[in-house]
Design a protein around this ligand. Structure first.
Ligand code: 5GP
Ligand code: ZN
Length: 142
């Protein structure tokens, strides 16, 4: 359940301080210490799981199921223009804490501190190539 060397497990257990937003049997939500934008909130499952790949369906169900209500609360509290929800898995994707978490990042304008590079490559793939890519994934789904 808990990993003794995990920062977020320590936050859940109150061994490290955090600004709590919400807590129930399955999840814990708190302010990200970095506040990329004002209201930047992290939601984590109480059950330690390293990242999305190691998350069982039941944990995912309880975890993701609670995201809309935290997101709606952020919307009410800060009245942002938009909201990005982000989950980083492994180093290249920017994961620095190895306890599954979602970043809820309210957006205020294009220069509010959050951004990512999202290159559209529509013209690079034919329908057949897209079908081949889809097959590669679908045959790996249990
Ligand atoms: P990642 O980079 O793994 O997606 O996100 C980890 C997040 O945890 C970062 O945004 C970072 O600011 C936040 N963080 C790291 N240490 C602490 C901490 O001690 N307290 C809080 N509240 N957030 C933390
Ligand atoms: Zn943990």
């Amino acid at each position: 359940m808990r990993h003794d060397d995990c920062l977020f497990c320590k936050i859940i257990d109150g061994e490290l301080p955090s600004a709590k937003v919400y807590e129930d049997k399955y999840v814990y939500a708190f302010m990200d210490i970095s506040q990329v934008t004002e209201g930047h909130t992290l939601v984590i499952p109480k059950k330690h799981t390293k990242n999305i790949y190691e998350t069982d369906e039941e944990t995912a169900k309880e975890f993701f199921g609670r995201i809309p209500k935290v997101a709606s609360a952020i919307k009410k509290a800060f009245n942002p223009v938009g909201l990005n929800i982000l989950n980083n898995n492994d180093i290249l994707a920017g994961q620095t804490v190895y306890h599954l978490h979602l970043h809820l990042i309210p957006r205020y304008d294009e220069h509010d501190g959050f951004g990512f590079n999202w290159q559209m490559k529509r013209d690079d793939y034919s329908q057949e190539e897209l079908n081949d890519l889809a097959k590669k994934i679908s045959k790996e789904i249990d």
